[in-house]
Write a protein that binds this ligand. Structure first.
Ligand code: MG
Length: 253
């Protein structure tokens, strides 16, 4: 048995040192990609939106959201927006480009989570760039699909996920990609993410639109598009969702 274990470690070491066919160190969703270290986040005060924010969900109404052109099918319970499994993703009625987004989510206590199953949602900027929402507390999955990951691309620097039944807070700066008039990529999308007050993504460049089990790539699109929340079949809960539109990145003047 000892011999078998030693062999599998060696294979893992070799796999991690190999460059995949498309030039990346790890395959998409590579289980050999190292797991980020766990960090217990500190305590955050109950937060409220700044004065220039657009409230996307304030606990009372889901009328900023739509289920495929129809009224939002997810339910409001106890001032929280709850995924109604099977009704599909919801999208903002308004479109956004560069923005600062705040949202809080909770995976109910007692919900069985296994890898990507049981406790999965996601926030898609511009309808196509996913920041993963998942329970990653005592739940191992591929590093580029953990809570706080840019799905299929960038693992979080650390695992700052709180246990099930507790609220997680995302503060995300999203920079939209820029395309030239011929649809060629000029500037990639960038994501910065504070999870529970811990920096987990630091201005990472996205490789393209989120894909599952495939390398992401870009397709030109409008400068502003809706934000989408994922119905992955699990009853995650959301609260306190707000957004600030951002001006283009600053230059020295
Ligand atoms: Mg997801």
């Amino acid at each position: 048995m000892h011999h078998a274990i030693a062999c599998s470690c060696l294979v893992a070491g070799l796999a991690a040192a190999t460059v995949s066919q498309d030039g990346f160190k790890y395959k998409v969703h590579d289980m050999e990609r190292p797991q980020p270290a766990a960090v217990a986040p500190g305590t955050l005060q109950g937060s409220t939106a700044p004065s220039d924010a657009v409230a996307l969900f304030d606990g009372k109404s889901s009328d900023k959201w739509t289920s495929g052109g129809k009224p939002c099918a997810w339910t409001i319970e106890n001032g929280e927006l709850v995924v109604k499994a099977g009704t599909g993703d919801i999208s903002t009625k308004d479109s956004f480009g560069d923005c600062q987004l705040h949202l809080e989510f909770m995976v109910p206590a007692g919900r069985e989570c296994k890898g990507q199953g049981g406790c999965n949602s996601g926030v898609f900027f511009m309808n196509q760039y996913e920041v993963q929402i998942l329970n990653s507390h005592n739940n191992v999955t591929y590093a580029d699909g953990m809570a706080g990951s840019c799905y299929g691309q960038h693992p979080p620097m650390v695992n700052a996920c709180r246990p099930q039944g507790e609220w997680n807070v995302y503060d995300i700066v999203f920079r939209a990609p820029r395309f030239d008039k011929d649809g060629k990529l000029e500037t990639p999308a960038y994501v910065t993410l504070m999870m529970n007050g811990v920096l987990v993504q630091d201005h990472v460049a996205l490789l393209g639109s989120t894909a599952h089990a495939a390398r992401a790539k870009y397709s030109a699109h409008a400068a502003e598009l809706p934000i989408r929340l994922q119905d992955h079949g699990d009853p995650l809960r959301f609260r306190n969702i707000w957004l600030r539109k951002l001006p283009a990145p600053q230059k020295a003047e």
